[in-house]
Design a protein around this ligand. Sequence first.
Ligand code: CDV
Length: 315
Amino acid sequence: MSRVITVGAAQIGGIQRSESRAQVVARMIDLMKQAKSNGCDLIAFPELALTTFFPRWYMEDREEIDTFFEREMPGAETAPLFNAAREFSMGFMLGFAELAEEGGRTRRFNTQIIVDKTGTIVGKYRKIHLPGHAEHEPWRAFQHLEKRYFEVGNLSWPVNRAGADLHSGLFGQMICNDRRWPESYRVMGLQGVEMILLGYNTPVHNPPAPDHDRLGDFHNHLVMQAGAYQNATWVVGVAKCGMEEGCDMIGGSCIIAPTGEIVAQAVTRGDELVVARCDLDLGASYKNSTFNFARHREPGQYRMIVERKGAILPE
Ligand code: CDV
């Protein structure tokens, strides 16, 4: 039986601070309508898709910070996305700031979920590689305070089987900076992942290393293509991009096959739907040959990867 699903990478242009969630959700529903007319089974939105990328500002007032977080999912403002999923019979992936009451305390995570065609949440991931800093660094053109506003995710990288007409595909997730780390992909590769969905917000300018700025688009595709090939999986990378509150962010949303090839790519830095037909079995020949993990991996020789954090140079 064919296991082809049609996937839409729903790139979103800048969201300004003055934009309400209702306005953003309306933009997302418009992209879902386009996806419906393109026959999509699944649509993927960017990281922290419901608001502007707030970690660019230093804030101390907890009430102000929490205006960017969701206390429930779906909540009143996000319910239309779940209703559209059911109406269009289309799954979706959504990134948002999550406020959770867990273990008797309030916790804040940079979170992504996968929702199936019946509007049921079938996968949840909390970002593990949080870039940036925790304290105000006024020398920067803009802040990147993910280490201040979020805890490190505590769910590792789960791979979830999605039924309800997503061909029992094995779906994994990562968020933005995770895509630069091979460990993120490999933990899911070891669960047989067939498609990784990931959203990102990547400024063109990198304050600690401005000489990298000209390479932002190249590095974006480099890491996702390598991760796709080395783990024989589809990778769907979705940007929030363009000019947002004076901060310019890269686009380049794309759908990458397990061959490592980009099969569809955005050409704008605004709201744009990128569509591809993805055969979930395409990675099988790689998983059975070059990347037959059970046959060729040598985990006994990889101990340093989990035992050591930073590099220690030899004498
Ligand atoms: N949102 C991100 O994780 N952004 C980082 C930037 C700060 C480098 C990224 O890896 O794209």
